[in-house]
Design a binder for this molecule. Structure first.
Ligand code: UDX
Length: 483
């Protein structure tokens, strides 16, 4: 490797899967490491970086950390590819096919270093990149760690894909049948709660199903595995994963972790900036200011979900008929056009004016922390789930794909933090669940969510397991550089 100047500080390359739910937590991890003096190279795809530049202040925000640089790489897709809905898997397939030689060349040529840290001494790659980042790390002698942005329960379930096939539990024939092939989940995991990739008819040819199993399995080759979770939430499952990946750093919830450390250290001012790929509409915070405490259900299906016009109307009628106040995030590209019919029934418009607020994208962490919010209708993306847990807000889960099917089962059955509405999109069910969450079972969920929020905070405070694991990771990065 080219080494123009002596290396006086370790440099960590952080390479996320190019999607909102991955870039966001990996930027938070990058910031936590940068606070300890480690130099960071954050590698985005051009598409993601352009959006971050357009909608956030990331370049100035992270420039306060010495040695923090951004670099970009192509995702190999045409610029007009939607990168949305289930087509996000195209990005993973494309990077698997094309990125390895480019990444290697970038590392060898010194493009990923700067100043006092011209070389990358440690790599934290998205676990979805599977073998290709580990291969590059091995070829160049760079210790490489996998970061999986999803839940531990999802990660664990994917190890058992061959067993699910052998036992005939996939392809799925009965969605309500209990699954016996995933150890530790036999008493509550139904076929419909398995990762959505298991819902295929032809298991032999489905590329995504096999790819996700393969990348999960590859994590055993990584130096370690980082998970955005915490001991009191998923400790028992994390211990099972150590059979495959002996060294695991659970350092979550990352957003709480970062907020706590920023607040403790006056050198790094804590601001309200986001890492969002859409234009945030902060006017919803003003709207929330004028609503009574715990009266609003916040509705957001994350950055990838797409819904049909018919589904949209079921949700909308359900919310309106529940008579509860609602704040609904509807990104511009969320609704699939079916028939060019874009008009909204007048009764919905009127009820929305009376007790609703709609925005294209919200400052979600702040919304969930607002005292007016009493519930969250969510797609159960892992970041959204952790953000809701951190804020002590109960959830109604309507999972879309990937890990969300299993996350929602854990939210409702294992942690008792809300209700699971998966595979149903019916205005009567929406209305009933909203009222159950916000009124009928409010007290029950208030207790369970407050307790889990307390445990989340405890885990990232000094002496807590996530806090100690981050310290351990920092020590590993330093020792890999000095040895
Ligand atoms: C995806 C997967 O869905 C998720 O399950 C996986 O674990 C990570 O990648 P996404 O669908 O975008 O992510 O959902 P989620 O994980 O919840 O991440 C969305 C992020 O965008 C959250 O951090 C959320 O706070 C933020 N967001 C979303 C906003 O800030 N404002 C919004 O209006 C919507």
């Amino acid at each position: 490797m080219e080494n123009q100047r002596p290396q006086t500080v370790p440099r960590v390359l952080i390479f996320p899967m190019p999607a909102q739910g991955h870039v966001n937590p990996m930027l938070k991890l990058a910031e936590l490491l940068a606070m300890s003096g480690i130099h960071i190279t954050f590698l985005n795809t051009d598409h993601i970086h352009n959006r971050l530049i357009k909608y956030t202040d990331i370049e100035t925000r992270y420039s306060k950390y010495t040695g923090f640089i951004f670099r970009t790489i192509s995702d190999g897709l045409d610029e007009d590819h939607p990168r949305k809905g289930k087509l996000v898997w195209d990005i993973v397939h494309s990077l698997h096919q094309k990125a390895k030689p480019v990444l290697k060349e970038m590392l060898v040529s010194g493009q990923l270093g700067s100043g006092d840290s011209p070389s990358v001494t440690y790599m934290i790659s998205d676990g979805l990149f599977g073998e290709f980042t580990i291969d590059v790390g091995e070829e160049l002698g760079i210790p490489t760690v996998h970061f999986r942005c999803s839940s531990a329960c999802y990660f664990w379930s994917y190890f058992f894909f061959p067993r699910l096939l052998e036992s005939g539990e996939i392809p799925i024939t009965n969605m309500d049948k209990l699954i016996s092939s995933v150890p530790g989940m036999e008493s509550f995991l139904r076929a419909r709660d398995l990762p959505s990739m298991c819902r295929v008819t032809d298991v032999t040819t489905d590329q995504t199903l096999h790819m996700v199993h393969e990348v999960t399995y590859q994590s055993h080759r990584a130096r370690a595995l980082i998970l955005n979770t915490f001991e009191d939430l998923e400790g028992p499952i994390v211990r099972r994963i150590t059979e495959f990946c002996p060294n695991i750093y659970t350092i979550g919830p990352l957003h709480t972790h970062l907020n706590v450390r920023l607040a403790q250290n006056s050198k790094w001012s804590s601001d309200q900036s986001s890492n969002n790929l859409y234009d945030e509409d902060r006017s919803c915070l003003t709207w929330l200011d004028s609503q009574p405490p715990h009266s609003v259900i916040y509705v957001s299906f994350g950055s990838i979900t797409v819904v049909s016009k018919a589904e949209l109307l079921e949700f909308w009628y359900g919310l309106v008929n529940s008579k509860q106040r609602f704040l609904w995030v509807m990104p511009p590209d969320m609704v699939l056009g079916e028939d060019g019919e874009n008009s909204v029934p007048a009764d919905l418009e009127e009820a929305t004016r009376e007790r609703g607020c709609m925005v294209g994208y919200a400052p979600q962490e702040q919304v969930l922390a607002h005292s007016a919010v009493g519930g969250f209708l969510t797609h159960s993306g892992w970041n959204s789930t952790l953000e809701s847990i951190g804020a002590g807000v109960p959830m109604i889960c309507w999972p879309y794909f990937g890990d969300q099917q299993i996350n929602s089962r854990f939210v409702s059955q294992v942690w008792n933090l809300g209700l699971d509405m998966k595979d149903v999109c019916d205005r009567k069910v929406v209305e009933k669940m909203v009222n159950d969450l916000m009124v009928e079972r409010r007290r029950e969920f208030a207790e369970s969510t407050a307790e889990m929020a307390r445990l989340a905070k405890r885990s990232v405070n000094e002496g807590g397991p996530s806090y100690s694991n981050l310290e351990r990771l920092i020590q590993d990065i330093i020792s890999c550089w000095t040895n």
